[in-house]
Design a binder for this molecule. Structure first.
Ligand code: PHE
Length: 451
């Protein structure tokens, strides 16, 4: 391990909160949450999801940030090995960092493909493309996924966008960009909700759908889905939050900061639901339309609504910003790992890591068209990457970070990092990190294996 103290770091706690919330708020909130909630019956699912965030996601998030700030370096492998040595535990805990880095690499490659779609959808929305083809947005989406060169080009464009920001470093690249993108994202979202209230008249139905539970529609699978969504949306399990935490220089407690990040992420998911479902209901679309909800149902809805062209374009700008603030956190994690473990410069790490995940992403993009016959474990390449990372690797990594914070870090150092004193709050946190979060992970793994 090399300790490389850098002058780089967040300019303030707000910089960290914006970047961490930016990492958390992403396609998980805008693309995945609405359709998963839709498929699982709405409000009852939302309740379970909130419980998973509070009892499992949040403790893991706080664990990652605590390990990151306590560790002697910015990369997860180094942080875990240095802390375990200091605590007299096995340095093999570093493997959790390696698992996280590997997950981040594969996660980025599929995530970036979807992020690339949002770029071209801004254009489609402005041009009203869905209105101009006979099959509407369904055909537009099929046309996009069937067009191999376009899919690859969009993917690569997003790779370059992400790399360009991360190249600027933590403060001048990442923080500067999230300071613009996060407030813009919130404004657009609020604007879309106002539009839903004024133009569609379906706001009440959307609110009932999200907040009035019907437990009869819940299945055991919903529980695993809610847990999986909690991991996906909070960005935990890969070590990205650990890296962001390592750049937090000041010494104040991080429990509250972690709560703010989780609260912002949850608020954005619910607000996204309140923005999307009124539009969905206004045009008579089923809320359980699946992964195509925002790329098929919504564009169809936009062409039918007043001013839909502009509203649609703004919506996809929102998706671009949300996805970009997430991809930069994943790339930054890889960059710190490569810089500290292999001694590469920032430029070398950014360019080589980007080239690597871009290649896997190209395979994912081609699995929608020319390579659609390639099947591994009964899945196409894209689906395999999604399932492998979200259902297996992220949860395993998350359990690793929580177990480390709960069992290896001393009570004192944990209390100092969290800033919650030595009382019941600390005991409750340790109970969640030691036992509850790992059991949650076990449930997800079991559900994934039984499927
Ligand atoms: N949380 C992001 C989202 O909701 C995805 C993500 C996962 C980002 C893991 C970074 C790390 O879209």
């Amino acid at each position: 391990m090399q300790t490389t103290p850098t002058a780089d770091g967040w300019s303030s706690r707000l910089g960290f909160v914006l970047a961490a919330a930016g990492s958390a708020v992403g396609l998980g909130n805008l693309w995945r949450f609405p359709y998963v909630a839709g498929e699982n019956g709405g409000a009852a699912f939302v309740l379970i999801y909130l419980a998973c965030i509070a009892l499992i996601g949040l403790p893991i998030l706080a664990s990652e940030v605590a390990i990151g700030r306590r560790g002697a370096c910015h990369d997860p492998i180094g942080a875990l090995t240095s802390l375990s040595r200091a605590a007299g535990a096995s340095p093999r805990w570093g493997l959790v960092g390696l698992l996280g880095g590997t997950s981040a690499f594969f996660f980025l490659s599929f995530y970036n493909v979807v992020a690339g779609w949002s770029l071209v959808y801004v254009w489609y929305a402005l041009r009203g493309t869905a209105a101009s083809v006979p099959g509407g947005a369904t055909e537009v989406f099929a046309g996009l996924t069937g067009n191999a060169p376009l899919m690859v080009a969009l993917h690569l464009a997003f790779v370059v966008l992400t790399g360009a920001i991360v190249l600027g470093g933590v403060r001048d690249g990442i923080e500067r960009s999230v300071r613009v993108m996060m407030p813009a994202l919130l404004l657009i979202l609020l604007g879309l909700i106002a539009y839903g209230v004024i133009e569609t008249g379906e706001f009440g139905r959307a609110a009932r759908f999200l907040f009035a539970p019907d437990f009869s529609r819940l299945t055991l699978k919903s529980l695993a889905e809610a847990l999986g969504q909690a991991f996906f949306t909070l960005s935990v399990g890969v070590g990205g939050m650990l890296v962001y935490g390592s750049f937090l220089q000041e010494s104040g407690g991080i429990a509250r900061t972690a709560i703010s990040v989780a609260a912002i992420d949850t608020a954005v998911a619910l607000l996204a639901g309140l923005a999307i479902f009124p539009i969905v209901f206004a045009t008579g679309i089923e809320p359980s339309a699946g992964p195509g909800l925002i790329f098929v149902s919504l564009p169809n809805a936009f062409v039918a609504l007043p001013g839909g062209q502009w509203v649609g374009a703004l919506f996809f700008v929102l998706v671009v910003f949300a996805a970009l603030t997430s991809t930069i956190s994943l790339l930054e994690l890889l960059v710190e790992l490569l810089r500290e473990q292999l001694g590469w410069s920032r430029w070398q790490a950014v360019s080589r890591a980007s080239a690597g995940y871009a290649l896997v992403g190209i395979a994912a993009a081609l699995s929608f068209n020319v390579w659609s016959d390639v099947r591994l474990f009964e899945r196409g390449i894209f689906d395999l990457l999604v399932d492998l990372t979200s259902n297996i690797m992220l949860p395993l990594g998350g359990a690793g970070f929580a177990l480390f914070a709960g069992w290896v870090m001393s009570r004192d150092s944990l209390a100092a990092e969290l800033g919650v004193g030595e009382g019941w709050r600390l005991s409750a946190f340790r109970m969640l990190a030691r036992v509850v979060a790992p059991i949650g992970v076990f449930i997800i793994l079991l559900a994934a294996l039984l499927q």
